[in-house]
Design a protein around this ligand. Structure first.
Ligand code: SF4
Length: 362
């Protein structure tokens, strides 16, 4: 997959927009174990040169990534607590998650798995897959496997076919869910051959990560339409990002466009607590207020019997440290308290257990 890894190879206006501080920071992270700079030519072509451009901000390294964040966690989802094999996470009874690869079609600066992704772990090998297959055999209650990473669609069709076939052999009833950003960042990856392969392995769903309406280029719309028309359910998930999409009008446009493309609204995620990402964090109470605004918009449309019903995704967070996913509402915040790192909200999981999430000082 073609990636731009040198800022001088960006489109000229974008390359010229890189400040001295950004350039120095990019040079610094290139020489150490950190999330490097990389973007596809397609995604770079969507960005404007302004520093606050919502596409540029998603891939341009920002010196604020070095700021101290007392709440940062190298493993923000607590996946290590639920590790079944070196690649398999089994947190929920009937589904598991496979880290297929550490490669992505460029690196999102807010990545929740930035530590894993920075390690550039290659696509899963046969010796890593064997214990996964044994585990699936021993756990027939697992009905769905999420293929994540990194981005599984950065692998070749041949490797994907090998993986799908092995998983299905281990459990013929297993449903596959592919978590990807490629229809947005590299839409030409959605070829007729790939779609044919995906169709052959149904039941299979795609969960596509889309953050801003400007990501829905003509090429991405075409790629998503090909998937939808091939009968592959496509779920849309979005990360709530400060300075990128944290206003109701941007999100309303995004969700309407997704609906019009036939995508299934899935999640709007509150940001996970990965290191170097605090400047993207929308304060939780602001996120809740924004979601109420979106619900009101949806309600207005319903009342008017309008065809522009939003179809909202669920606003959710992965409780930091391994508490699992919960839907967010005002009732989720049980109490506030001061901790050594600062003030936190204690969020209630389904069993009433409390998990700290930083309060609104991000
Ligand atoms: S596509 Fe996902 S895994 Fe890859 S860098 Fe972006 S957020 Fe991280």
């Amino acid at each position: 997959m073609k990636l731009i890894t040198d800022i001088d190879n960006l489109p000229p206006a974008l390359s010229a927009s890189v400040s001295v501080e950004e350039r120095a920071y990019i040079e610094k992270i290139a020489t150490r174990q950190s999330l490097p700079f990389a973007v596809t030519p397609h995604f770079a072509s969507l960005a404007g040169p302004e520093k606050d451009d919502p596409i540029r901000r998603q891939f341009m390294p920002d010196p604020r990534e070095t700021q101290d964040d007392p709440f940062a966690l190298n493993d923000p989802l607590g996946e290590s607590c639920h590790r079944a094999t070196s690649r398999l996470i089994h947190q929920y009874r009937d589904r598991a998650l496979l880290k297929t690869t550490g490669f992505c079609s460029g690196f999102c600066r807010f990545c929740f798995r930035r530590v894993w992704v920075a390690e550039k772990t290659p696509f899963i090998t046969a010796s890593e897959l064997d214990p996964v297959l044994d585990y699936l055999n021993a756990h027939p209650e697992i009905r769905e496997i999420l293929l994540s990473g990194g981005d599984p669609l950065t692998a070749s069709d041949e490797r994907l076919e090998w993986l799908f076939q092995n998983l299905r052999t281990a459990n013929p009833a297993l449903s596959l869910r592919i978590c990807t950003r490629l229809p947005i960042t590299a839409p030409d990856r959605i070829t007729a051959e790939l779609v044919g392969l995906l169709r052959r392995f149904r039941p299979l769903r795609i969960a596509v990560h889309i953050n801003h309406p400007r990501e829905l280029s003509a090429e991405s719309r075409r790629a998503l339409t090909i998937l939808v028309e091939a009968g592959i359910p496509v779920l849309a998930q979005t990360v709530l990002l400060k300075g990128i999409n944290n206003n109701a009008s941007t999100l309303a446009v995004l969700f309407r466009e997704c609906r019009d493309l036939g995508l299934i609204p899935y999640y709007l995620f509150q940001l996970d607590l990965a290191p170097g990402t605090a400047h993207f964090r929308v304060p939780l109470k602001e996120g809740l207020a924004l979601y109420r605004e979106l619900q009101a918009l949806e309600g207005t449309d319903l009342k008017n019997n309008s065809s522009s019903v939003l179809l909202l995704p669920a606003y959710a967070v992965d409780l930091p440290g391994g508490g699992g996913k919960i839907r967010l509402s005002d009732e989720s915040i049980a109490v506030e308290e001061d901790r050594p790192g600062g003030r936190v909200y204690l969020l209630k999981d389904k069993n009433g257990k409390l998990w700290p999430y930083p309060a609104d000082q991000a």
